[in-house]
Ligand binder design. Structure first.
Ligand SMILES: Cc1cc2nc3c(=O)[nH]c(=O)nc-3n(C[C@H](O)[C@H](O)[C@H](O)COP(=O)(O)OP(=O)(O)OC[C@H]3O[C@@H](n4cnc5c(N)ncnc54)[C@H](O)[C@@H]3O)c2cc1C
Length: 466
């Protein structure tokens, strides 16, 4: 494993514990003046609230697939929510294994949900290709390290579901030296391969002997903030008067009545036929439904702050993404830590950016998340302590990071994104609930919402709002 500060770029500004929230993704955005805020009374066909990847992709598909006019209302600046403060890994797993989701939704819906998110790779390529996004969004095989029979059993069950459901299977390799090899249930035969322990460590890029098995599948990485910014300009240029985006326009109240939605912001109001909330989960919006029963907005979404650290080294690299399970049992305690390595342009030069993530903390409901809050030293100590054995850092080594940042994730109670029309008033739709892994699910959600608004027949799904 590469040493933390090997050939750091000269004159690089660095982040230290207690320093400001500094995301590498926002640093790559071109500087521009804020877009105007919504003023006065206006009308459109579809209002999309929130300009993160979910809202921007929803606008993309609505404009592409329908003849509707679309207005995007953003409380702050485009992509300054979770889409500007994430790890940027492209992955298709859910925060809960699909074999557990099958217990809630049934096998057919869980398999269909996984198929939908797997298919979001194609939707992402369509967005990037059609809008001529030229920055790198590398794709590769990524690896996850496991070390207990519980880890194996859960992931072999997932693989069995994938096989029976006709989905692409993940590759599972187990060290011949793992003490639990003889205990692996016979039903999983043919779903894994036994390999030398050394192979496990090579794939995981670690000398840490704890890891005894590897799950490998397709991964990638991207700067989702840069893509949002690019798409806003692409949509404005391609669809002219059919598309408008307003920044600094927080929606404080939504009024629903007879196939109409009215979004109220401090300086304006916007009437439309449909309104889609793409707000990560933290709606903070009052809702009045004159059309029927009272609708509770999904305020049950729980807030979690995720902490990230990133370091630059000189020169380009082979991109990769690994994760390392931490708790011996899936679903208990600290789930995993993860690393991503990618080429990263800064000040006109190409570097390698290695990002580490894992620690998180709950955001109390009564307290508003402060995006400007400094990075807590305790989060950094935790991150360093957990990742040190994986990275092979000597005792007492304290890496110097170029970026330290945190971001807010919205967890739905079942940890599944909420996508589609509200069952009590279909004027209101959702594409929200970031749940830790949200980029490809948000893109699937964007497409699904555009289908629902077109009136296309869509099968009931585990993403349906209750
Ligand atoms: C630390 C961290 C690491 C992550 N790592 C990964 C990863 O590696 N891979 C992955 O797939 N996912 C990851 N995620 C999750 C991923 O970033 C999110 O799921 C995704 O960006 C969510 O996009 P979004 O558009 O739903 O939400 P956001 O990007 O948060 O956008 C919501 C927008 O809505 C706006 N808004 C909110 N309320 C209102 C209102 N009332 N009026 C107007 N606008 C409003 C906000 O200002 C915001 O801009 C991570 C998240 C974090 C925080």
């Amino acid at each position: 494993m590469q040493s933390a500060n090997a050939s750091a770029p000269p004159n690089a500004e660095r982040s230290a514990p207690g320093s400001l929230n500094r995301s590498p993704w926002l640093e790559q955005l071109p500087q521009r003046a804020p877009m105007p805020a919504l003023q006065g009374a206006q009308e459109t066909d579809v209002t999309v609230v929130g300009a993160g990847i979910a809202g921007v992709a929803t606008a993309f598909f609505l404009l592409r697939e329908t003849a509707h006019r679309v207005v995007l209302l953003e409380a702050n600046r485009v992509a300054h929510g979770a889409s500007g403060f994430n790890a940027g890994q492209l992955v298709t797993y859910f925060e809960r294994p699909i074999c557990r989701l099958a217990e809630d939704f049934g096998i057919a819906k869980a398999v269909a949900g996984q198929r939908d998110v797997d298919a979001a790779w194609g939707l992402l390529d369509l967005i990037l290709g059609e809008s001529e996004f030229v920055e790198p969004t590398p794709r590769f095989v990524g690896h996850m390290g496991m070390f207990t029979l519980n880890h194996l059993t859960v992931h072999l069950q997932n693989n069995l579901m994938r096989k029976r459901g006709g989905l692409v299977r993940e590759q599972i390799r187990i060290s011949r030296e793992a003490p639990f090899v003889a205990d692996i249930p016979a039903e999983f035969a043919g779903l894994y391969e036994l390999v030398p322990q050394e192979r496990v460590q090579v794939l995981l890029e670690t000398d840490d002997p704890r890891y005894l098995a590897v799950l490998s599948n397709r991964k990638g990485c991207m700067n989702s903030a840069l893509i949002c910014e690019h798409l806003i300009h692409y949509l404005a240029a391609s669809y002219g008067p059919r598309f408008q985006c307003y920044e600094h326009s927080p929606v404080v109240r939504v009024e629903l009545a007879a196939g109409k939605a009215r979004a109220l912001t401090p300086e304006g109001q916007l009437q439309s036929h449909r309104l889609v909330l793409c707000t990560n989960g933290f709606v903070g919006v009052e809702l009045a439904n004159a059309d029927g029963p009272e609708i509770a907005l999904p305020v049950m979404v729980e807030g979690t702050i995720g902490y990230m650290a990133g370091m630059l080294t000189e020169g380009s690299c082979k991109p990769g993404a690994n994760s390392y399970l931490m708790s011996p049992r899936i679903g208990e305690g600290q789930a995993y830590y993860y690393t991503t390595r990618r080429p990263f342009a800064r000040e006109g030069k190409l570097h390698t950016l290695t990002c580490i993530g894992g620690p998180d903390s709950p955001q109390p409901r009564e307290q508003e998340y402060d995006r400007q809050a400094p990075y807590p030293p305790a989060a950094l100590n935790k991150l360093n302590a957990h990742i040190a054995p994986v990275m092979g850092w000597p005792d007492g080594h304290t890496p110097r990071y170029d970026y330290l940042w945190h971001g807010l994730m919205g967890y739905t109670p079942n940890q599944v994104r909420m996508i589609g029309p509200n069952p009590r008033n279909a004027t209101l739709l959702y594409n929200l609930g970031c749940n830790g892994v949200g980029l490809l699910p948000a893109i699937h959600g964007a497409w699904r919402v555009s289908q629902a608004i077109q009136g296309a027949r869509i099968e009931p799904s585990m993403f349906d709002p209750a």
